[in-house]
Design a protein around this ligand. Structure first.
Ligand SMILES: *[C@@H]1O[C@H](CO)[C@@H](O)[C@H](O)[C@H]1NC(C)=O
Ligand SMILES: *[C@@H]1O[C@H](CO)[C@@H](O)[C@H](O)[C@H]1NC(C)=O
Ligand SMILES: *[C@@H]1O[C@H](CO)[C@@H](O)[C@H](O)[C@H]1NC(C)=O
Ligand SMILES: *[C@@H]1O[C@H](CO)[C@@H](O)[C@H](O)[C@H]1NC(C)=O
Ligand SMILES: *[C@@H]1O[C@H](CO)[C@@H](O)[C@H](O)[C@H]1NC(C)=O
Ligand SMILES: *[C@@H]1O[C@H](CO)[C@@H](O)[C@H](O)[C@H]1NC(C)=O
Length: 350
């Protein structure tokens, strides 16, 4: 009996040790932090639930080449001040462990090698989200830069400089559900998104897009949110939205659009919300939304030029529609049958 109990105790102790050992394996902690300050040119300091690392350390930690903030089991933020991608060699090797989200800011690409190399050097395992926000990438981005990141669910990739995006850039990211590309992109390759069969949200705002390749959104059967605000998409046609019938909201605000073809949204049959604010409409065509039977909200605020009149029945026969309008100069020109058969709140803000 007592031997059995003793045996149980031994087992418990062994179990606890295994658990501790595993916990030690999986998360960066105080020991690693102290060790780093002693044995590397970096300084590590705990602060709240985080560890902050400055590399190389100096008296006031001003202008370090790397600043890392580690929140074990959650996220890691890496901020650079490098003149050359070769300086990545000064990043200390770490064993950070499982991390949900990695944010890399103001860092150049690591030459022509994969971004995953940086994460592996830091012992970061299986991140679900990567944010890479650069001022200057240093080299042209390629598919290879995303090697070994095929398990990513969310990716934000931004650059302040004009960025040339190769057609196969995203070819390996089949698990991606959320993508934010803001890199002064002027030309989207027609097949850029072809493999993103799991994508639900696509943010392309604030690029320099003047037109969209036909069918560029047609291979993403789960796409729901399409953000195209603040580009220069002056001449949209229905072909730009070919195969995008799963999309439920589209943001086209601030694109300098003056006019739209009557059938431009006819393929967006599941559309429930659209933002057309801050454009340059002088008129809108009759029947613009006649194919969008699910439409519930149209935003048409802050039109940049006087939109003196809207066609009769523009929003007619849309029982659930809520229209946010401040585009009209005076309600004199608002046809009485504009909203015929539509209900809900129709706000005419002044
Ligand atoms: C980067 O480091 C240089 C000195 O090497 C310094 O002049 C500059 O202000 C630093 N930039 C930032 C954002 O810390
Ligand atoms: C980047 O790619 C563009 C387009 O292919 C090319 O014109 C340019 O020379 C490339 N730049 C570098 C530094 O390789
Ligand atoms: C994608 O996700 C599934 C399950 O969510 C996973 O089994 C798979 O390994 C992931 N990676 C790729 C490349 O499909
Ligand atoms: C867009 O349409 C306008 C006329 O509405 C035309 O003058 C302009 O050349 C077109 N731009 C492009 C890029 O097709
Ligand atoms: C449109 O929406 C309905 C209802 O949410 C959904 O069942 C259907 O699959 C959607 N169509 C497409 C093409 O995604
Ligand atoms: C719609 O456009 C306006 C610009 O007038 C912008 O400020 C706002 O964030 C957009 N709203 C949504 C819900 O996308």
């Amino acid at each position: 009996m007592s031997r059995l109990r003793a045996g149980g105790k031994v087992l418990l102790v062994v179990l606890l040790q295994v658990l501790q050992w595993q916990a030690g394996e999986t998360a960066f902690g105080r020991d690693e932090c102290n060790e780093l300050s002693v044995s590397s040119p970096c300084q590590c300091a705990p602060s709240m639930a985080e560890y902050e690392i400055y590399c190389p350390a100096n008296a006031y930690n001003v202008f370090p080449k790397f600043r890392l903030a580690i929140r074990p089991n959650s996220n890691v933020q890496i901020e650079c001040n490098l003149t050359d991608a070769n300086e990545y060699k000064q990043l200390p090797p770490l064993r950070i462990g499982e991390i949900e989200r990695v944010q890399i800011q103001r860092c150049p690409l690591p030459g022509h090698t994969p971004i995953a190399g940086i994460l592996e050097h830091l012992g970061i395992r299986s991140p679900k989200m990567l944010i890479f926000e650069s001022d200057n990438l240093g080299v042209n981005i390629t598919r290879r830069h995303l090697d070994r990141l095929q398990n990513l669910k969310r990716l934000r990739f931004t650059s302040r400089r004009f960025t040339y995006i190769p057609a196969d850039f995203l070819a390996d990211l089949r698990n991606l559900s959320w993508l934010d590309l803001r890199a002064n992109i002027v030309e989207l390759p027609a097949h850029l998104f072809d493999n993103l069969e799991n994508l639900e949200s696509l943010e392309l705002g604030s690029n320099g897009l003047k037109h969209l390749p036909h069918g560029v959104f047609s291979r993403m059967p789960k796409l729901r949110h399409l953000n195209l605000w603040s580009n220069q998409l002056h001449n949209l046609t229905k072909h730009d939205f070919e195969g995008a019938s799963s999309v439920v909201d589209v943001d086209l605000h601030a694109n300098g659009i003056e006019q739209l073809p009557r059938d431009v949204f006819s393929l967006l049959t599941n559309l429930t919300e659209i933002n057309l604010s801050a454009n340059h409409f002088r008129s809108l065509p009759e029947g613009l939304f006649e194919h969008n039977k699910q439409l519930r909200q149209v935003r048409l605020l802050n039109n940049r030029v006087p939109l003196s009149t809207l066609p009769a029945r523009l929003f007619a026969n849309q029982p659930e529609l809520r229209v946010l309008l401040s585009a009209l100069r005076s309600s004199r020109h608002c046809p009485s049958d504009l909203l015929e058969q539509s209900s809900g709140d129709h706000e005419h803000s002044p």
